[in-house]
Design a protein around this ligand. Structure first.
Ligand code: NAG
Ligand code: NAG
Ligand code: NAG
Ligand code: NAG
Ligand code: NAG
Ligand code: NAG
Ligand code: NAG
Ligand code: NAG
Ligand code: NAG
Ligand code: NAG
Ligand code: NAG
Length: 584
């Protein structure tokens, strides 16, 4: 026997002694409210479907594709901003919170969208962007010339003189966060571009205005809000200079990372604002009835701060804050344990009685297939769909879309276009915002325009929905459809979670529920095959039956495998089931 074989034997012996840890006890309330086990699908309206041939996606385009969401198995969608905006920051610079931008359509288009979606059983969540307005917003115009009542809607501050701002704060995109306005002989604060002045949430009138905005859309019938950029809502009231970052030497003085952001991020008042918004939606439901209007909050903060978004023990906040830890803490070559670690981090820190959620991609991150490998795309879709709680899909992930190619000249993202050309490739978010690849026709079926707002990925001829939808083909899309069905099984809704690394790059978990089949998910994200045993999961014994596989797997649903010895090909992911075991 070779040394290698002995080592393997020893390792598998060791494994059979290990018992996978229960890291989440299933919740009996997991389905008592519509949002608790829903898969939310993020539509980036600019890039979903163009109905009028101008090269930019629009509301009528979305309406024309609602049936697609139904076919995919999706029951809730959230739309990135569609509000009136000069479009300096892809719609995150809003000039009227109560109107639809004409680029996307009209208010009556929106009303039709909402009705059509509801008729198909799809809930609609809107983006709520409280941290700032566009400088074109009438509130800013009125504040700029000190119209009575509006003087303090924004953060105005005297500088040392007209060229030296009140302090050293810089924007998220780099350079001073203060802009001088001669009319007031004051600077206004802007965390993002100069055309996005920050609202002053210490002014109760601003709080009321924004509550009224929420009520406006609730009256229209929307099902909730995704609240953008929570950490940036408040700044410290003393306006002191921020200190240098610990690793400031690595950055240029105008860059965001040059400073340690102790005064402009994660001020405790930001969390209270979430509690206050929760009250608005809860009171609305109490008065008007209907289903829960859900709040999902966006923040990249430390785990103890994020968990306060849910609740502080007495007051409830967001129904869930987006869980970005699996995104931020993993890389292409992460080991199984390195993926398990952020999963545990969330579940073990989440206040009891709350609902987890799993996110891998969005409009600010490289595409999952690009970042984590197209060969692992199915495995990752399976991972987030089968963990307990809410799953979030960014449009295109269900077909394994990769980053598009966009040149500096074609670029649209202000975060990158504002900076030097040589930094564009590193900083732009345009790559993950290219149009959805519907089919093999011109512009991937996205638009009939000669030029689309961002170029369609050249991969569309080989990777598009039409190809992946064909009967009988193994495809990312068919895997996704299978997942949306599978996650409705009681074991995935109510079951416990046991998770374990079975080899350096092989991650596995089970979902177990008394009286129901136990399901095991096994994902070999590594680039070599590996033989593993499910023995750490004590409710899995004997032979197991394959129920779903990644598209490149050579196995098929219905295949039988011995649970003690399963050889997983490189990048293969499978779901198997083991007959119900009453002793769980
Ligand atoms: C799950 O429940 C069991 C039995 O009540 C308990 O011993 C265990 O600590 C719980 N685990 C978690 C992660 O809550
Ligand atoms: C201030 O600006 C608003 C909006 O541009 C304008 O309607 C108003 O007349 C201005 N007021 C004064 C006093 O200039
Ligand atoms: C503004 O103040 C700075 C620093 O005190 C000084 O260097 C600069 O010359 C002043 N500019 C004007 C226009 O007074
Ligand atoms: C939770 O937040 C609310 C609203 O800010 C506050 O009144 C309450 O004291 C807080 N509770 C705890 C335990 O911190
Ligand atoms: C296999 O993966 C390892 C670790 O992720 C990496 O270092 C190695 O280059 C990969 N080999 C191939 C052939 O891709
Ligand atoms: C993983 O990838 C990163 C960057 O892609 C690289 O720096 C690191 O050395 C790799 N680690 C392994 C174990 O291959
Ligand atoms: C599937 O396998 C084929 C053949 O090995 C390979 O060319 C292709 O890139 C793989 N696709 C994915 C998504 O892994
Ligand atoms: C698209 O290009 C063709 C050929 O250059 C031109 O005839 C047509 O007018 C263009 N259409 C639009 C909408 O610009
Ligand atoms: C599966 O679990 C659910 C929820 O606990 C239970 O209602 C159902 O009876 C179980 N199914 C079987 C076959 O026991
Ligand atoms: C497991 O499957 C193998 C091959 O299909 C079969 O020979 C064996 O009897 C099965 N074992 C059990 C316990 O069902
Ligand atoms: C929290 C938040 O609102 N974030 C947004 C603030 O504005 C910038 C620029 O418009 C967006 O990129 C952020 O997503």
């Amino acid at each position: 026997m070779s040394v290698l074989k002995i080592v393997i034997l020893f390792t598998s012996l060791l494994h059979s002694l290990i018992e996978a840890e229960v890291i989440y006890n299933g919740s009996s309330t997991a389905k008592d409210d519509w949002w608790k086990h829903t898969a939310f699908y993020q539509i980036y309206p600019r890039s979903f479907k163009d109905s009028d041939g101008d090269g930019l996606g629009d509301l009528n385009g979305i309406i024309s594709k609602l049936q697609y969401l139904v076919d995919a198995g999706i029951t809730a969608t959230w739309l990135s901003p569609i509000f009136k905006s000069p479009g300096v920051d892809a719609g995150y610079d809003i000039s009227d919170f109560r109107d639809i931008d004409e680029k996307f359509g009209t208010m009556s288009d929106f009303d039709r969208l909402l009705k059509a979606a509801h008729d198909l059983g799809i809930k609609v969540i809107l983006d709520f962007v409280p941290n700032h307005t566009s400088d074109q917003h009438v509130w800013f115009q009125l504040s700029k010339n000190r119209t009575k009542g509006y003087e303090d809607y924004f953060i105005w501050k005297k500088g040392y003189n007209s060229t030296t701002p009140p302090n050293n704060w810089v924007t998220r995109f780099g350079y001073s966060a203060w802009e001088y306005v001669a009319e007031r002989d004051e600077f206004y604060y802007h965390q993002f571009t100069t055309s996005q002045p920050d609202l002053d949430f210490r002014n109760p009138k601003v709080v009321q205005e924004m509550n009224d905005v929420l009520t406006f859309w609730l009256d229209k019938g929307v099902d909730g809000f995704r609240i953008d950029a929570i950490p940036f809502i408040f700044e410290h009231p003393d306006f002191k200079d921020e200190p240098l970052a610990d690793d400031y030497q690595n950055y240029k003085p105008y860059e965001y990372k040059y400073l340690k952001h102790i005064y402009v991020r994660d001020q405790p008042e930001s969390i209270d604002m979430i509690y206050q918004w929760r009250e608005v939606v809860d009171n609305y439901q109490k008065q008007k009835g209907g289903d829960t209007r859900v709040l999902m909050s966006e923040a990249y903060s430390r785990v103890n701060i994020i968990m306060q978004h849910y609740s502080n023990g007495t007051v409830e906040g967001a129904h869930f804050p987006f869980n970005f830890f699996v995104v931020t803490d993993t890389r292409y070559n992460s080991t199984a344990n390195e993926i398990i670690s952020p999963i545990k981090k969330w579940l073990q820190n989440m206040p009891s009685g709350h609902v987890a959620n799993w996110v891998l991609g969005n409009h600010d991150r490289d595409r999952v297939a690009t970042r984590l490998g197209v060969e692992n795309a199915d495995g990752y879709n399976m991972l987030i769909a089968l963990l307990p709680g809410v799953a979030v899909t960014y449009y295109g992930e269900e077909i394994g879309m990769e980053n598009g190619a966009v040149t500096w000249e074609e670029g649209q993202d202000p975060k990158a276009c504002i900076g030097p050309k040589e930094d564009y490739l590193r900083t732009t978010r345009d790559f993950e915002r290219t149009p959805f690849q519907w089919d093999s026709t011109v512009n991937a079926g996205f638009s009939t325009a000669n030029k689309t707002w961002l170029p369609v990925s050249s991969q569309y001829k080989t990777n598009n929905l039409e190809l992946q939808s064909k009967d009988g083909v193994k495809s990312h899309f068919h895997v996704y459809q299978g997942l949306m069905k599978l996650r409705k099984e009681d074991s995935f809704v109510f079951g416990n979670l046991n998770i374990e690394a079975l080899d350096t790059y092989v991650l596995a978990f089970t979902r177990e529920l008394v009286g129901n089949d136990t399901y095991a998910f096994i994902f070999n994200k590594g680039n070599y095959s590996s033989t593993v045993s499910l023995s750490p999961f004590k409710s899995v014994t004997g032979n197991v039956t394959v129920v779903l596989t990644s598209s490149n797997s050579t196995r098929n649903a219905g295949d039988t495998l011995p649970s003690g010895r399963i050889t997983m090909d490189a990048h293969e992911a499978i779901v198997v089931k083991s007959p119900s075991n009453v002793s769980v």
